[in-house]
Design a protein around this ligand. Structure first.
Ligand code: SF4
Length: 395
């Protein structure tokens, strides 16, 4: 049974109100949270908890996090090195069709400088992120940068890549050069919803996205994905399916946050159908907490979009189950141009300013910072051990 939020007279193809499932026989959260395995109905019931009852969910997630991955937050220095993109995702501010975005691409020297910054400050890991480009020049360049970053850090800096769908051969080449984690968000694991938020063509295919994720796993990357929370047309059942997808796909890392509409994108047309931002944020916290409970040993990133709604959004996510934060170490002058959504935080701050405020806030959230440690996904090592590939533990 689903309840539609909004007035019936507005329900048309152009103005569709979000449907959120209402579990008419709402179960007691205590009885759900005491179960060993949560099914879809349990997850839907938890997603529909009000603010008061969700405190029980958050407390349980805090407890599970402490027992499984410890009260440690790991840093990944985020380098958004280019906002050129060949794709046209309907929600994204840097989509190829947005002519108002000032395009930039950092030169190698600036990227290596940022990597050195992360290494010198003992972050232990960086993320190289950009729009999706698949030219030979781009592929060669990433390969070269991975090798140079490994060289400058005496092989010590961990490298996460987040540069979209690429061929199996490209993923393998970058893996062999030293990339060992890869983030490729699925945005929604429901094909119908995925298709509504992407153009209908072969360049934006749900099946290709799934195949790319499978390839990353097959090659041996710690594989990360994620979804947006509060999309137009999204229901609690969609979100429950997303969480079940993470579990079934056996992901190692997840980064997910609230959908924030961007005025220069086609989805902006549906802004009046969305949940208020604060409710999207609350739903995102519940998603993180449930995920920590159903997948205790994965890495969960506190996405920057959480902070765009609440200045303490990432730190609250840390308290509710997340264990990774990606301080933005992109040179400040380029940061304002990498806006997948609007009002993105920290775009005027230097990398140092960001870190000193983050340190204090993470301590306030009850965690210490895992300086000097890769903080790899424990789930990944268990997965590899079970497959007879590794015998060592996560560092
Ligand atoms: S979401 Fe990613 S792939 Fe899609 S347009 Fe934005 S940067 Fe490009």
């Amino acid at each position: 049974m689903y309840k539609k939020l909004g007035d019936d007279s507005h329900f048309s193809d152009k103005n569709i109100f979000i449907y959120f499932g209402i579990n008419q026989t709402m179960k007691n959260p205590d009885s759900i949270l005491s179960k060993n395995t949560l099914d879809k109905d349990d997850i839907i019931a938890l997603l529909e908890l009000d603010e008061k009852d969700s405190l029980k969910l958050f407390a349980k997630a805090t407890e599970v996090k402490s027992k499984s991955v410890g009260k440690i937050t790991y840093f990944r220095g985020l380098i958004e090195f280019s906002n050129h993109c060949s794709k046209n995702c309907l929600y994204c501010g840097i989509r190829a069709g947005n002519e108002h975005t000032h395009r930039y691409e950092l030169d190698d020297e600036s990227i290596l400088y940022a990597a050195q910054f992360a290494y010198d400050r003992n972050y232990a890991s960086i993320v190289l992120q950009s729009g999706e480009i698949s030219s030979t020049r781009f592929i060669d360049r990433i390969d070269n940068l991975i090798k140079k970053i490994k060289e400058l850090s005496d092989n010590k800096l961990g490298i996460t890549l987040s540069v979209g769908e690429q061929s199996y051969e490209t993923y393998k080449r970058w893996f062999d050069s030293g990339g060992h984690r890869y983030l490729l968000r699925v945005e929604s694991s429901t094909p119908e919803l995925y298709n509504r938020i992407h153009p209908q063509n072969a360049h934006h295919s749900f099946d290709v996205r799934m195949e790319a994720l499978q390839n990353l796993k097959k090659i041996g990357y710690q594989t990360g994905t994620g979804v947006m929370i509060g999309l137009p047309w999204q229901t609690t059942e969609h979100l429950a399916n997303d969480l079940l997808f993470f579990r079934e796909f056996d992901v190692d890392m997840v980064g997910m946050g609230p959908f924030i509409e961007h005025s220069e994108t086609p989805l902006y047309e549906y802004r009046n159908t969305l949940l208020p931002l604060k409710q999207r944020l609350h739903l995102a916290f519940k998603m993180i907490a449930i995920l920590r409970i159903i997948m205790p040993d994965i890495n969960i990133a506190a996405a920057t979009a959480l902070q765009a709604i609440d200045p303490m959004g990432r730190e609250k996510a840390i308290r509710y189950g997340a264990n990774v934060i990606m301080p933005n170490i992109t040179p400040t002058t380029n940061r304002k141009n990498y806006q997948l959504y609007e009002n993105k935080p920290c775009i005027d701050e230097g990398a140092d300013d960001c870190v000193s405020c983050l340190e204090k806030r993470i301590e306030m959230a009850g965690d210490s910072i895992g300086y000097g440690k890769w903080g790899d996904s424990r789930h990944f090592y268990e997965r590899m051990k079970n497959a007879g590939i590794f015998t060592s533990e996560a560092e």
